[in-house]
Design a protein around this ligand. Structure first.
Ligand code: SF4
Ligand code: FES
Length: 225
């Protein structure tokens, strides 16, 4: 789990950017091109827009690569009241909420509000997505397969501050524990539960759920993830 975090201090807020977790989804560039300009050095100018507008765009960053700290008295980053995991078509899992990434021994590795998690098996920065899926012959519809969890409205389940614990199992799935809503890519289908094992080897025949295929495809997670 590499940490390549850069700081961009401004008058009203300081923006931090974790290069290793950016998958160039470009929400930031589309949202505020004056602040986020990849053709400029430095590429982030924290004084080029109003602090509230910058905060709103950073909340849209799906990976958690961008964060900010306000020093103008403005509100801190909000923690979403629901824990959601959206299954991106042909791409990663976008998790949002009060997220705690843990080791199998239960130690906290990271507390976050946004993560993009690899589910093709090829990332070099596991458990995070690094866009490796784009270089593979790998695709998936971003639907919810045959779900062991019950369906319900997409906006149900307020987690009420309870965290979602995400544990990458060695050579196996991502284990979720805590209140969570899984969403299809188009967010038309949602299932709710407190426990799930999600495929991260890319080989399950019932994506996004693990069906044990990681054993037959010989999936190996690396030491860090
Ligand atoms: S929105 Fe986040 S993931 Fe997307 S390009 Fe910006 S920093 Fe990277
Ligand atoms: S992790 Fe892919 S099938 Fe179990």
């Amino acid at each position: 789990m590499a940490d390549k975090t850069f700081r961009y201090p401004g008058d009203a807020l300081t923006i931090t950017y974790d290069l290793a977790r950016c998958i160039h989804a470009a929400e930031c560039v589309r949202g505020l091109p004056a602040v986020f300009d990849p053709d400029r050095t430095p590429w982030i100018d924290p004084d080029a827009a109003d602090a509230d507008a910058i905060a709103a765009v950073i909340h849209r960053c799906p990976t958690g690569a961008l964060h900010y700290t306000r020093h103008d008295g403005g509100p801190p980053e909000p923690v979403p009241t629901r824990n959601t995991v959206r299954v991106v078509q042909g791409g990663p899992l976008f998790a949002r909420g009060r997220l705690v990434l843990t080791t199998e021994q239960g130690e906290t590795r990271l507390e976050e509000t946004r993560m993009a998690l690899c589910r093709c098996g090829a990332s070099q920065n596991k458990p995070f997505c690094d866009n490796s899926h784009q270089h593979l012959d790998w695709d998936d519809a971003g639907t919810l397969g045959t779900s062991p969890l019950p369906e319900g409205p997409a906006d149900a389940d307020d987690a009420d501050g309870e965290p979602l614990r995400i544990t990458p199992a060695t050579d196996g799935p991502l284990l979720l524990q805590g209140p969570v809503t899984l969403l299809s890519d188009d967010e038309t289908t949602a299932v709710h539960g407190r426990k799930a094992a999600l495929c991260r080897c890319g080989g399950s025949h019932n994506k996004p759920f693990c069906d044990g295929s990681h054993r037959t495809v010989g999936f190996r997670s690396d030491a860090a993830g």
